[in-house]
Each structure stands twice: as C-alpha cells, then as structure tokens.
Design a binder for this molecule. Structure first.
Ligand SMILES: Nc1ncnc2c1ncn2[C@@H]1O[C@H](COP(=O)(O)OP(=O)(O)O)[C@@H](O)[C@H]1O
Ligand SMILES: O=C(CO)[C@@H](O)[C@H](O)[C@H](O)[C@H](O)COP(=O)(O)O
Length: 476
C-alpha cells in the first residue's frame, strides 16, 4: 500500500471534458504552483441516444481515459499527492446506485476502480428537451434560464418519458461529482454551487434547490445532491488510488470554465476566452454583484457563480472546437465513402496550414450547427459562396472567423472595453492548437492576448486545492 512521502505539496487536477480527459500534477514552489506533469486522452465516449436529439457518453470509456492519464504519471510523483481537485463538463447528469457505483480492484500500482451500476452520462449537448417540453415544466426560481442538457431538465424528461429508468438509481450528479463520490466513498453525492447552478432549479442567493417547486410536480428530489461551497473538501480517499496515498483529500467537484478562469486570471481587468469542445468568453463581475432575480432568456450572457460568492459574466457558446470537429468528421466520412482512409489529426494539420496561407475570404460561415441556448432554433449557414473561394483554406478560414464572430456577437469587444477589460487570456486546447483561431481572436478582439496551455481546467482545479493550504485563500 502507498505511503505518503515528504517533499513540496503536490496536487493532482483532473478534468473530464467533452472530448478528452485531462490530468495535471502541480507542485508548490516559492514562485507559486508549477505544472510538473500533464496528460490528455480522448475518451471516444460520445454518441447519439434517445433518438437523433440525445447525446450520451459511456462512463466506462471516460474512466478508461482517466486511468490511462494517471498510468502515464511517474509513481514517485503520485505518491506525493496530498490533494485532488476535480472539475469537468458542466450541466450533464449521470445516475448510479449508492454503494454499487464502482468496483475497486488491486492493480500493479495499487487500487483502481471501474464503473459499476452507472448510467450513461447525458451531456450538456443533449437535445432531447424541446422548447415546448421545457415550457411545460414549472418556472424555476433561479436567475439562470433552463435549457436542454441541464441536469434537472434531463431528469424531468425521464420522469415524463421513461420513469422506470429513474427507479433503477438512487444517486445522481455531474460526471465529476460521480468521480468525487467514488473516490471518497460518499453515501450521498456532494455538489458545488457552481455545478448546482448549471443543473437549473437552483437558487444561488439562498444556495438551495427549488425543492418545493420540484416536489409539487413529482420531481424525484431525493436524487438531488447535497450542495456546498466551491473550494471545500468533499472527503478523504479510504483507498490508495493509482499509488496516490489513502487519506488524500478530494475537493468538491468544480465547474470546468470556472477552473480554466482560475488557472490564469490574475487581474480583475482580464477576460478569459476558453475554446475546447464548446467556447466561453468570461469577465469577472464587480465584487458584491448579485444577479437579477429572474433570467433574461434572450440574453447571450449569463452570470455563473465563481468563488467566495463572486460571479463571472459568461457568453457560453455551444459552438466551439466541436464545429471544426464536425467538419473534420464529415470530411473523414466522405473520404471513407470514396474509398480513402484519412487520419483526423492529419486533416486538422492540413486545414490549419491551408487557412494560414489564406489570410482573408469573402465566404461567410455562421457556425451554429449546435444552436445556442438563447436562440436554439438558429442553425449554421454558408453565404457568399463563389466558385473561386471553395478551397480548404477558404472554408477553414471562414469557419474559424465564424466561430469567433459568433462569440463576438454574444459578448462584443466594445462591452469588454466598457467593462474595463485590458487583455484576453486564451485557454483550451482547440485554441492552443489552432493558429487560425488565434489570428481571428486577435482581429476581432484587439486587446493583448496571452495564450495558456491545453489542460487549463485541470490545472485550475489543482491550484484551488493547493491554495486552500494557505490561510489567506482568496480569489481575484
Ligand atoms: N489535431 C488537432 N489539431 C487542432 N485541433 C484539434 C485537434 N484535434 C482536436 N482538436 C480540437 O480540439 C477540440 C477538443 O478539445 P478538448 O480540449 O479535448 O475538449 P474538451 O475539453 O471539451 O474535452 C475539438 O473539438 C477540436 O476542435
Ligand atoms: O455551458 C457552459 C456554461 O454555461 C459551459 O461553459 C460549461 O463549461 C460546460 O462545462 C462546457 O460546455 C463543456 O466544456 P468543454 O468540454 O467544452 O470544455
């Protein structure tokens, strides 16, 4: 069995994202936290479900990718981990049976677990709740509008369409709440305010679920996790895990975009642009800001809880790197139909190079293939198509321009300037790996732009855990 060793404080950050699981090891130094190791593994977990509108992911595959990340880290480093911070894709819901959510087993490097009685993860991209279904539900008492893919909306969908499915389970949470519950052997899942807000039917002022409203309509309120402040500790690991010592503290799971912000924002005049599967452009709200009691469902900007009672204003776009991924997937399928196999990573490289050589195009792509929460009916479109501007370079340039223009339409440069923004911090691997997207960001948002690496949320989650060691824990 693993025993903790001496040395500088070391924290592990984990972020199960929509496309890949990321993990990062951070060590406290005199200069601040330093990332000593990081790893990212695509989960290949996704797929349609519940008709064409559903989007689910296989939890087995997510845990497999996580295990591969941890196996890639040196054992002597894992042995030094004293805290684990976990963030992840928000809004989604996974169901499990208490005490049977996973099976622990001894492996070469200590204990690991495999998912047990667990449902698929129904993700934030799930579209099974139509606008008419959502408007048939009770009005939430929350400053955030309800949307398809939000945990409580999904639970309502099962209640109305497949109640037997719910009878099989007695616990629920986001995928990162599930991880925390398994690692700490929690009898009842714990959820941070950040993730509770992302499920809907949660009041951020009272920090309580809308239990009365939900109960009156027969909602299974027993499935709602207990809610606690972000930055708190959920519990200690009763087992060692991948060589990380038994007794290691695990933080309450956090939102991924809050952790991306935490990993890089050092000034209140910073805006953060994260592009991974989705995309978020965020600015901090003034200290003491309280959101209005009721949401504006037509607004593209929402206020999400950060830390210490503070809020972030966020333009959360459902169309980020997934737009490019959809195009690459379409090309790969066309090529397969034509009898050729292509490696997707080669397609990305060719597309990016072709668009770097094509600085401008008149081709115009509105990229909203996945709709947006404030206008779910708006799909993508291509206009100004001329025969001379159909090369891969033109199309990729127009797509990258469209993704950034769409974000700009949600939270324009002028608004950022009026809010006192002085620079943009770029995060997320779809941005860090794509020079064309970077060029378009710099054109559309003419601030100084500083780019991060590609495991930002995992780093942020670990940083929260390291900073909690200090009595002066506070956030920008
Ligand atoms: N080889 C590549 N080069 C550049 N971009 C890529 C490549 N492979 C994937 N991407 C982009 O990265 C996005 C996924 O980023 P990732 O950080 O893994 O997402 P998430 O955090 O949501 O799991 C894809 O949607 C795609 O746009
Ligand atoms: O929708 C929001 C916030 O409302 C998103 O910003 C939120 O971070 C979700 O977790 C993401 O959509 C999923 O994150 P990612 O996998 O695209 O990084």
């Amino acid at each position: 069995m693993a025993e903790p060793s001496d040395g500088p404080a070391c924290a592990l950050g984990i972020d199960p994202g929509t496309t890949s699981v990321k993990a990062a090891l951070l060590e406290e130094t005199e200069q601040g936290p330093v990332v000593t190791h990081s790893c990212s593994r695509e989960t290949q977990a996704g797929g349609p479900a519940a008709g064409a509108q559903g989007t689910e992911q296989d939890v087995q595959r997510i845990i497999k990718a996580l295990n591969e990340c941890l196996e890639a880290f040196p054992q002597e480093r894992l042995l030094r981990v004293s805290r684990i911070g976990i963030s992840g894709q928000m809004h989604g819901v996974v169901f499990w049976k208490t005490n049977q959510g996973c099976k622990w087993a001894e492996s070469g490097t200590g204990h690991t677990f495999q998912p047990g009685e667990v449902s698929h993860l129904i993700t934030w991209q799930d579209g099974r709740c139509s606008s008419s279904f959502l408007s048939s539900l009770p009005q939430p008492q929350s400053h955030l509008s309800l949307a398809t893919g939000f945990g409580c909306a999904t639970i309502y969908w099962y209640l109305k369409n497949s109640p037997d499915f719910l009878k099989h389970y007695d616990a629920a949470g986001t995928i990162h709440d599930y991880l925390v519950a398994m690692l700490c052997d929690l009898k009842r899942p714990l959820m941070s305010i950040q993730n509770a807000a992302s499920w809907g039917y949660f009041n951020c002022r009272s920090k309580r679920w809308n239990t009365e409203i939900l109960s009156e309509s027969g909602f299974p309120v027993d499935l709602l996790p207990e809610v606690s402040e972000p930055g708190g500790i959920a519990g200690k690991m009763p087992h060692d895990w991948h060589g990380i010592p038994k007794g290691t503290e695990v933080g309450i799971a956090l939102g991924d975009f809050q952790c991306s912000v935490y990993s890089c924002m050092t000034e209140r005049s910073d805006a953060v642009l994260n592009i991974s599967t989705s995309a978020q452009l965020t600015v901090p709200m003034p200290l003491g800001f309280q959101p209005p009691d009721t949401p504006d469902s037509l607004s593209a900007v929402a206020y999400f809880p950060y830390f210490d009672g503070n809020y972030l204003a966020v333009a959360a776009s459902l169309n980020g790197g997934n737009v490019l991924a959809t195009f690459v997937d379409m090309l790969a399928r066309w090529m397969a139909e034509l009898g050729y196999d292509v490696l997707e990573s080669n397609v990305y490289a060719q597309m990016i190079n072709a668009a770097l050589a094509q600085k401008e195009t008149r081709l115009s792509i509105c990229p909203t293939v996945f709709g947006e929460r404030h206008m779910p009916e708006q799909m993508a479109s291509v206009t100004h198509i001329s025969a001379s501007e159909l090369s891969l370079g033109h199309i990729t340039r127009a797509m990258c321009h469209g993704i950034i223009q769409n974000l700009h339409s949600m939270l324009p440069f002028q608004h950022l300037k009026e809010a006192g923004v002085k620079r943009i911090l770029g995060s997320g691997s779809a941005l860090s790996r794509n020079e064309v997207l970077k060029q378009e960001v710099e054109k559309m948002f003419p601030f100084p732009v500083v780019y991060g690496k590609d495991v930002d949320a995992a780093v942020g989650a670990a940083m929260v855990m390291l900073h909690r060691r200090s009595p002066s824990f506070s956030v920008v």
